[in-house]
Design a protein around this ligand. Structure first.
Ligand SMILES: CC(C)(COP(=O)(O)OP(=O)(O)OC[C@H]1O[C@@H](n2cnc3c(N)ncnc32)[C@H](O)[C@@H]1OP(=O)(O)O)[C@@H](O)C(=O)NCCC(=O)NCCS
Length: 111
């Protein structure tokens, strides 16, 4: 956590249950910082991933001063792609990693 980021646990306020993770990490072995999120199935469809990811984006651009945040997803993961769109991220390119095709989305800091 020396760099100021990690994958944070998501705790549902109403029952204090651990329901997932959201945070920042290095993308593969390149210079980019990626956002990622995982939620327990029972909590899908309530806007929670978007809420958590928006807070992480704000922290990354604001507190950490990052100039760019990326995200990768399997092309068929429609829910994840929709979250990225709701975060204001845009499709940049396809990216293969370990033989698997991903879509790579990105967002730059506001100038
Ligand atoms: C991806 C994931 C985090 C989404 O969590 P969530 O809390 O349900 O997400 P949100 O409710 O914030 O937003 C989901 C959006 O996707 C949409 N969506 C869900 N399934 C969809 C589908 N099959 N096709 C199109 N849109 C879909 C929802 O309608 C919603 O959009 P809307 O607000 O415009 O209606 C969750 O499904 C998950 O943990 N999946 C497994 C792990 C994973 O895939 N992580 C991402 C790795 S890249």
């Amino acid at each position: 956590m020396e760099e100021g980021f990690c994958l944070w646990p998501l705790v549902y306020k109403a029952n204090l249950e651990l329901i997932g993770f959201c945070g920042l990490d290095h993308l593969w072995d390149g210079p980019d910082i990626e956002i990622g999120y995982w939620l327990a199935h029972a909590y899908w469809g309530n806007g929670l991933a978007t809420e958590a990811a928006q807070a992480v984006m704000d922290y990354g651009f604001g507190t950490l001063g990052l100039q760019r945040i990326v995200a990768v997803s399997h092309p068929e993961n429609r829910a994840s792609l929709r979250v990225l769109q709701k975060l204001g991220m845009t499709f940049e390119r396809m990216a293969a990693h370990q033989g698997v095709e991903h879509v790579l989305y990105s967002k730059s800091a506001a100038v």
